[in-house]
Write a new protein. Structure first.
Length: 372
């Protein structure tokens, strides 16, 4: 029996995502009104999608037009979009068409370039798109800021191969694990590594397939519906937001500890600094609570259906529970610091009050003696 012929794409494209945290929040209604580019609110397109998941505040999609992507292998033309999430995330999406007749094996070097290798030129181009898009929306961004971090993702989406192929045969014939890992080595992947990548696979019908990895995914979707890419983008935006606040908490906690250490020995002057630090930590705690509420309400699972299971698997693959646990742990630590600051300020104020009373009594006694 000979080697099966490679699977060649008849209709497909590659989605390249670069996500940035650009503000504390985005007023999506105001952004839609101020948008100069064609804009629309995202909605799920599958028949069963709304029965499995609800998106109370769907992101805003802005069409940016054609762009030349600065890739190491040479510039490529792509369609650019900007997706805005209410919790302050701007996602720049580049859609590159896969030339008809391309075998999946031939996409592995491109996967290596986009998924494995650093892409500083592409990252900076996407960051400029996000920043320029934010400036164009005026006051829709609440407390805009710039953070050096970003999240990346890539989705290889095929609508049809040159020959009709069921999902089980795609798993057998296509080098999906190498594609998602961007592995260009001539040495085959180990069975264990391939199994780890392919175990997160899903099919609703016999002719569709989704394989979700931590930094890339493969989709065979004859209907062309983009529900799965959009859900994976939601999970990636969620991850970015948790990473942003994890880094923010690290900076704030170190700064608060340094200020507390510097203020020791200042006596009653520390009362004022305690008050400022307490207000600072209280404001940060409020911001964290609002962020967690937005993320928890971003996607609501209302049924145990195909898309809900896929989304929950992606959440686990992206390690979102672990990141959220780290943020919540630091939030509790910040709350402890806030309580300690308030208690210390109360003690200082009580001490100062007692000293003031003693001084007043002493003054009264002294004044009475002087009048005699």
């Amino acid at each position: 029996m000979g080697t099966p012929a490679p699977l060649r794409v008849r209709d497909g494209h590659l989605r390249v995502y670069r996500l940035f945290d650009v503000a504390d929040a985005i007023d999506l209604a105001r952004a839609e009104a101020a948008a100069r580019a064609p804009a629309s609110r995202w909605r799920m397109g599958g028949v069963h999608s709304s029965a499995a998941l609800q998106i109370p505040r769907p992101p805003l999609h802005l069409a940016l037009g054609a762009r030349e992507l600065p890739l190491a292998s040479g510039p490529r033309t792509a369609r650019a979009l900007l997706h805005l999430f209410e919790y302050g995330v701007a996602s720049v999406v580049y859609e590159l068409p896969i030339p008809p007749g391309t075998a999946l094996e031939e996409l592995v070097p491109l996967a290596d370039e986009l998924v494995v290798q650093p892409t500083p030129a592409l990252d900076e181009a996407a960051r400029r798109e996000a920043e320029e898009g934010g400036r164009a929306l005026g006051g829709a961004l609440e407390k805009p800021h710039s953070w050096a971090g970003l999240e990346t993702y890539a989705i290889f989406q095929v609508r049809a191969f040159e020959e009709p192929v069921p999902a089980r045969e795609v798993l057998e014939r296509a080098p999906l694990a190498r594609l998602l890992l961007g592995e260009t080595s001539p040495v085959p992947l180990s069975a264990q590594e391939s199994a780890d990548v392919l175990k997160h696979r899903f099919s609703y019908l016999e002719d569709d397939l989704a394989v979700v990895d931590w930094n890339s995914a493969f989709l065979l979707e004859p209907s062309g519906v983009s529900d799965i890419p959009d859900l994976l983008e939601f999970a990636t935006a969620h991850l970015l937001e948790l990473r942003y606040y994890d880094a923010l908490l690290d900076r704030e906690l170190h700064a608060i500890y340094d200020e507390m250490e510097a203020a020791r020995g200042l006596g009653s002057l520390f009362t004022l600094r305690h008050g400022r630090l307490a207000r600072r930590t209280a404001a940060l705690l409020l911001e964290l609570s609002e962020m967690i509420e937005r993320l928890e309400n971003g996607v609501k699972i209302v049924g145990d259906f195909y898309l809900a299971r896929l989304y929950q698997a992606a959440v686990g693959r992206f390690r979102l529970p672990a990141w959220q646990g780290d943020v919540l742990r630091k939030q509790r630590l910040l709350a402890d610091v806030n309580r300690m600051l308030k208690e210390a300020a109360d003690v200082r104020r009580a001490d100062l009050f007692e000293v003031t009373i003693i001084v007043l009594i002493a003054w009264e006694v002294l004044w009475a003696l002087l009048r005699r």
